[in-house]
Design a binder for this molecule. Structure first.
Ligand code: PLP
Length: 353
């Protein structure tokens, strides 16, 4: 840190993203990317002709994409904001709604803590229960902004809509942000509830289920007043946050429903296969409705599994600094071929063969 770095931010501990190796040969199961290509329809729409329009600034309202999202989810344009990845809209939520502090689980998406620190939001982490589930009770009437990932990050465990609703309805005077980054892999979205609750924000991303992580597109759906608040932050920071190429990619990916259904069907089936195989090897696997599973070997420590897999060209995620889950590894659901390679390697490592 240089002597110039702001005094106020000296304590900031930045988010550490999963590795993105230059070596294209490794089996990459560490950052919950989609193993299938971006929709061909999307890729074709963002071809070289688009590059001629890059001379001009893009539409700061991203009306094309907002319109597609609104019609896809049966809401109005005024209920949608699009952002540079969902990370950006999550940051806007902390800035806009964290005035009275924030609460989130002790095991969840690591960025919540970082955003809270960056924006000076006082936060409390509420422990998951013994089974790694989110207990709704402490979030009710807690008077602070609530951030819940559903399915939850790192565990993959899903919270049913009734429980989300019980938190949202318990206190209309604070905002509840539900981060549905993984909802397309088997859960039921509560986007529909935003029509009824004026304190609910749903955050979504094109990075996971739409195979567009590198394009950086996310969005939020909420009551029009909340969207206006989020735009107030956006226009105080970066009005042109979603570039014109990414906007077209996302809009076209959303229209390619056939491909979307095919890919998510494959991923859900592969998840079941992965869980089955891990259990056969004696792993404890948390029940996941996401495109990853959190698993623990009875024999081999999480850190060692991570290192030995990496040596053999397979990347998974290990959270060495997180006390409650450091025995575990988080494995992204890849293709069946990738899963076979992973399982073969794990058999060696755990001494099953
Ligand atoms: C991946 C992820 C995000 C971030 O997604 P981007 O849209 O790529 O910024 C947000 N929340 C959770 C829980 C995630 O796992």
């Amino acid at each position: 840190m240089s002597g110039f770095f702001s005094e106020k931010l000296r304590g900031l501990k930045p988010y550490v993203p999963g590795e993105q190796p230059k070596d294209g040969n490794c089996i990459k199961l560490n950052t919950n990317e989609n193993p299938y290509y971006t929709s061909g329809r999307a890729a074709a729409a963002a071809d070289s002709r688009m590059l001629t329009s890059l001379r001009k600034y893009n539409d700061p309202e991203n009306s094309l994409l907002v319109g597609e999202i609104a019609s896809y989810y049966s809401v109005k344009n005024e209920n949608v904001i699009v952002t540079n990845g969902s990370d950006e809209v999550l940051a806007f939520c902390f800035a806009a709604f964290g005035g009275k502090g924030a609460v989130f689980p002790d095991v969840t998406y690591g960025f919540y803590k970082v955003f809270a620190s960056l924006f000076g939001v006082d936060y409390t982490e509420i422990p998951l229960d013994k089974e790694f589930k989110i207990d709704a009770e402490p979030y009710k009437k807690c008077r602070r902004a609530v951030f819940i990932a559903n399915p939850n990050a790192q565990t993959g465990i899903y919270m049913p809509p009734e429980e989300i609703e019980s938190i949202v309805s318990s206190d209309p005077d604070r905002v509840v942000v539900v981060d549905e980054a993984y909802i397309d892999f088997g859960g039921e979205s509560v986007i529909g509830m935003t029509a009824e609750y004026k304190n609910l924000v749903i955050v979504r991303t094109f990075s996971k289920s739409r195979s567009l992580a590198g394009a950086r597109v996310g969005f939020a759906v909420a009551d029009a007043a909340l969207i206006k608040d989020l735009k107030r932050v956006k226009y105080s920071f970066n009005p042109y946050n979603v570039n014109s190429v990414s906007e077209v990619l996302a809009a076209e990916a959303l229209k390619d429903n056939e491909y979307f259904e095919k890919c998510r069907g494959l991923i859900c089936a592969s998840r079941e296969k992965l869980v089955r195989e891990l259990k056969k090897l004696g792993f404890e696997v948390l029940p996941s409705l996401a495109n990853f599973v959190l698993a623990k070997s009875a024999k081999t420590d999480g850190g060692e599994l991570y290192e030995r897999l990496k040596k053999n060209g397979i990347l998974v995620r290990h959270f060495a600094d997180e006390e409650r889950i450091k025995q575990y590894i988080r494995i992204t659901v890849g293709t069946d071929g990738q899963i076979d390679a992973l399982i073969a390697e794990l058999k060696h490592i755990t001494g099953a063969i």
